[in-house]
Each structure stands twice: as structure tokens, then as C-alpha cells.
Design a protein around this ligand. Sequence first.
Ligand SMILES: Cc1ncc(COP(=O)(O)O)c(C=O)c1O
Length: 410
Amino acid sequence: MSALALDAERVRLDFPILAERVNGHRLVYLDSAASSQKPEVVIEAVSDYYRHANANVHRGVHALGERATELFESARTAVAGLVSADPRGVVFVRNTTEGINLVAQAFARERLGPADRIVCSEMEHHSNLVPWQRVRDQTGCQLAYIPVTPAGELDLEAAEALLRPPTRLLSVAHVSNVLGTINPVRELVRMAHREGITVCVDGAQAVPHMPVDLGELDADFYAFSGHKMCGPTGIGVLVGRPQLLEEMPPFLTGGSMISVVTLERTTWDEIPHKFEAGTPDIGGAAGLRAAVSYLESTGMEAVQGHGAALSDYAIEALSEVPGLTRYGPSGANQLGILSFNLSGVHPHDVGTVLDRYGVAVRAGHHCCQPLMRRLGVAATARASLYLYNTREDVDTLLEAIGEVRRIFSD
Ligand SMILES: Cc1ncc(COP(=O)(O)O)c(C=O)c1O
């Protein structure tokens, strides 16, 4: 068993909510794939913004307006630094879902027609599937899916066959939110770019958990959410290739995204502001900046190493539970997301009983109904790990699963 890459017991102390007692037990939070908890520094950064810098951005000539603008723009630089992107390509949106919708409506809808094809995969979150169905319905283009193998990985031979004309756009998850699979995105980008295909990546489950270098990955668009990476809800990021963003029309229109407005027509502001209509989530940006700095000071390599070692520990323990089926790969291309079912027990009942022991997991289809159908199940229970989880948390999960089995075998 490999050593954990960081001291999660100490990390745990940075997150005030983890001191909560739930149903009389120490809280074991294993639902970070849905939304992570926030460290004290993030909570303080949001509060400090409202106490000391609250004003609108990009418009005030007064001191607070300048403070708010500086904070907001420094959050953009921080995010760009975390993922090695050009800050001009970093667009603040509400979440991953909005980022993908922006690409769907301002890029794909504008450029695709009945002769074209979009490709995504069977393992996509609804956020990276429904927007493309909508574009298909709006433009008459085709939509095809890379199949998922029984091992829970993308079928790369099928991908290669799909990544040629008439495909014009590939949109795929970096990490599956159900199976934990780390997809070979660099390889997929290479295959796609060879054929002139634009690539959009759903990075919602990757950026929080592993180093992501967008310069190296070379995707054209990449979306992620602040709330899954220790930041606040309400702020997310779409990173776009600046040249593409410049060519694209805006997604939303109104204040803050304009250059000149007359009663007849309007010209757009420069990127990324062209895509940030209306007052943005400035407090959210302040919190996200603090989250980025927290993750960087912990070290993304250490976060990934911790997730991998804890995941191996949990996978081994779960494999010994009679009647438990786990979905997804093991080993190096698995990232701390453990979906499972217990024979004869509905996953909602699993989740409800675990909650009695203070263990928070998610139960349901995880916004991946097509993948559930592919796996032949209606739902699963899902335990997802993060930097504040410990071996003790996994042991508690296992004990609580034992209780579920005892209750449902009576
Ligand atoms: C892989 C993946 N994509 C997209 C999303 C949507 O994220 P959000 O709800 O923050 O837009 C999620 C959230 O669970 C996800 O796991």
C-alpha cells in the first residue's frame, strides 16, 4: 500500500464544515464530485471582498470600484496560471454547464449544418450532452457517441473511426463523474486536430484533482466549475483559444460586453469581456482566487497522488465486500470516484443508511442517464474522494456499508 501524498488529517482542519457532527457521528464527506467543501481561506476571501472591496467592476472611477476590478482580474490571472492558459482566453461563467452551452451556441450553432457531425461519448454528464442535442436540433447536424467499454473506458478504436469527416467537433469529459476514468484527452485532441476537428473538454472533474496544463493538452475549449475545486458556487470558467473566441459572436448580450452602442447597432468589447455580459460574480471570483492559491500551495501533484493512493485503498477494500459491484477502472487511470451497487439494495437506501453514520455519498443517475443504461442499472451509489479525505473516512464507509448489508439481509 503506497503512502498518502499529503497529511489529510491536517488538511481536514482547514475545512470548518468537516468539524460538523452528522447524526451523532464525525462527518465523512464523500460527495466532493457533486460539490467540494470550502477551506477557511476561501470563506474568508469571500467575506473580505464584501467587507472591504464590494463595488461593481470595470466601471467605477472610485477606490472600491478599482479594488473590485483588480480582485476580479487577478482571479482571472490566477486561474490562467493554474491551468497554464492565456488570461485573454479565460472567460468567467457560472459553471461548467454554462461554459459548454456558450461553446454550443456561440461556436457550434454558428458554424455547423446538416453536412456536419458532433461527437461526444456515452459517459458524458448531461451538461456535455444535452447542449449538443440542442445544437443538432437547431442545425440539422448529426450527433454520434464514442462507446464505453465494459472496463469503463472510451473505446479508442471507435473514437478514431468517428474522428474524421464529417465530424467537425468533439466534446468529451476529461474525467468521468461516475466511473472516475481519466480519459486520454491529449491523444483524442491529436486525433481530432489531424482532421481539423475542434475539441471541447469538460474538465469539471479533472481540474480539482490533478495538474492540468492546457498549453500541453491543446484543446480548443475547456470548461470547469469553481465549486468542485474548493471555490464558491456561482463561478466557473471556460478557457477558449483566443483566436476562436475573437472570431465568435457573443453568447449573452447587454451591459459590460460592448464597445460602442448606438440605437442602430453595437460593437463588442475585446475578449474575454465580450463573453461576460452583465455584472459577474465578483465575490465568487475572490473566493475562486483563494481556492486556486490554496490548491497551488498544497500542490496539485500532491492532491492527485493523495487521491490515487486513497482510491487504491478504497477499491481494494470495496472489492472484498460480498455482493458489491463497482463500476469503472482501477489503477492509474482512475481518479477517486467510486460508483457501486449492493445486490438487492436500492442505491437510495444505501445512501440513506450511510447518512445515519455520518457518511455522505450521492445516490442516483449522477446526471448520466445514458451511461446508467449502458451499465445496465437505473442508479448507483457514489463515494467521491478529495484532499481532505483520510483512510479513516474510507474505513468508516466500509463499516457503514457493512451495516447496510446487515440491515437488508434481515
Ligand atoms: C463531468 C461533469 N461535467 C459537468 C458537470 C456540471 O457541473 P456544474 O453543475 O457545475 O455546471 C458536472 C457536475 O457534476 C460533472 O461532474
